[in-house]
Write a protein that binds this ligand. Structure first.
Ligand code: ARG
Length: 465
């Protein structure tokens, strides 16, 4: 063996030269995976206890390990643990520190495990917590939407298709539409959590270990639903990261669409809502400006979350079983996805209930776009005309209204009767926005009474999970 400075590497035994300085930094992950330390310590505690129970290490060694891990945990929490790039990653940093603190017993902790099953376990423990946090923030946002929906159950706004005024709807109904999107998102995260909550530990490097370990015991200690069935799969699978990132991408697409609406609605041209000043910023040059920065940023951040998902799918596509170092590249996109998602959800959950609605402007917009034309057609159908013919008649009425710069409800009865003799004085009831929304009173529609019923169901569904 050559004389070499290689002794700080736990794996240096078979090497004859020390790692190139650049390669050391290039291959290290501690710069970002240090964030896993609470989960790495939790996993090590469970592993040590199991090793003691099965007689692989002694009770005294186990206690020394637990004591050392406790000290490391406290140091790390205070930011007093020096993370060393020479020690590559969070796992080897903690292990080296442990041995440094407690001596021989520290060297036994790694019996019957590998960093491959260790990192997969850490990541699952971490992600389980983050899923719970994201679901809680989603719930808070949904509660805000329900509060708005209750307050504005009967507030009329224009409903749009193709971003053209289509039919009047209620603002409450519109908020409940977003509630449904987020409800599915929260369900998807719950479902994803089931597949995250499976324990890789014990798969060791790839094939398991020759020690008599009890994987069911460690799984129980760590709150996993059970150990992973197959050791090769356990160390190489990153589906759970991709699945979470795909849930996050979809949540972001929803938040981004909602943001787009808020940005439009807050504009002078729409004037539907006021976002609280504390969620907006001004312009350094134009004194009149109040910019909807929060929804704009949320819309913008959606790009990187989608990008991380695509990056992770691409990371996995060429990998043979089992573990490959490529997998170290899963962490930064995952961490950034989690941070971005939690930040955006928090901003939305704070902002949405504080938003003010400008009911008059919304009503004006709902009544000025011929939004009750379909109601007039339905009226003619109820009087016996076929829908296609009614569509034609109402088209002429809209033409007449446009040419004379009036709304449908402002046309004279005589003018309408000239288009169809079926039209009588009661027509004006269906031509108002209020009449239009009140008429849509079946399950799932926009009438205020249906919005209130849907709201009651939504509250119960939210509470149930
Ligand atoms: N830092 C590594 C990762 O994030 C830990 C596992 C390393 N395993 C190995 N055989 N080099 O994937």
């Amino acid at each position: 063996m050559t004389d070499k400075a290689k002794s700080d590497k736990p794996w240096s035994g078979r090497f004859t030269e020390s790692t190139d300085a650049f390669v050391e930094a290039f291959t290290a992950s501690v710069g970002f995976d240090w964030r896993l330390y609470p989960y790495d310590i939790e996993g090590s505690r469970a592993h040590a206890r199991m090793l003691a129970k099965t007689g692989v290490i002694s009770q005294a060694e186990c206690e020394a390990i637990l004591g050392g891990l406790e000290q490391i945990s406290q140091l790390a929490a205070k930011g007093e643990l020096d993370w060393s790039v020479a020690l590559e990653d969070v796992h080897m940093n903690i292990e080296a520190r442990l041995t440094n603190l407690i001596g021989e017993a520290g060297k036994k902790l790694h019996t019957g495990r590998s960093r491959n099953d260790q990192v997969a376990t850490d990541l699952r423990l971490y992600l389980r917590d983050q899923i719970d946090a994201a679901r809680a923030e989603l719930k808070r946002l949904q509660q805000g939407l329900l509060m708005l929906a209750a307050r504005e159950a009967g507030t009329i706004m224009p409903g749009f298709t193709h971003l053209q005024v289509a039919m009047p709807v209620t603002f409450g109904h519109h908020m409940l539409a977003w509630f449904e999107n987020l409800q599915r998102d929260r369900e998807r995260l719950r479902d994803c959590r089931r597949r995250v909550n499976v324990m890789p530990l014990g798969a060791a490097a790839l094939a398991g270990t020759s020690f008599p370990i009890d994987r069911h015991d460690t799984a129980r200690q760590l709150g996993f639903d059970g150990p992973a069935e197959n050791s090769l799969d356990a160390v190489s699978d990153r589906d759970f990261v991709i699945e979470f990132c795909s849930c996050a991408a979809l949540i972001h697409v929803h938040l981004s669409r909602f943001s787009e609406e808020l940005i439009l609605w807050a504009s002078t041209q729409f004037g539907f809502i006021d976002l609280p000043d504390r969620f907006c910023t001004g312009s350094s040059i134009m004194p009149q400006k109040k910019n909807p920065d929060v929804p704009e940023l949320v819309r913008g951040k959606t790009g990187r979350v989608i990008g991380h998902l695509v990056g992770l799918l691409t990371l996995m596509k060429g990998q043979p079983l089992a573990y490959n170092k490529d997998n170290q590249e899963d962490k930064e996109p995952l961490f950034d996805t989690v941070d971005t998602l939690l930040g955006c959800l928090r901003a939305f959950a704070d902002m949405i209930p504080a938003m003010q609605v400008r009911a008059e402007n919304m009503l004006d917009a709902a009544t000025s776009g011929y939004s009750t034309a379909t109601d007039l057609a339905d009226y003619l159908v109820r009087k016996g005309m076929a829908f296609r013919d009614a569509h034609e008649v109402v088209g002429s009425a809209v033409r007449l209204a446009i040419d004379s710069r009036r709304d449908l409800a402002e046309l004279e009865l005589g003018e309408l009767q000239a288009l169809s003799r079926l039209i009588e004085a009661d027509v004006f009831e269906v031509l108002t926005a209020q009449g239009s929304v009140a008429a849509r009173k079946h399950f799932g529609a926009t009438a205020p009474e249906q919005v209130r019923a849907a709201l009651a169901r939504a509250r119960a569904r939210l509470e149930a999970d």
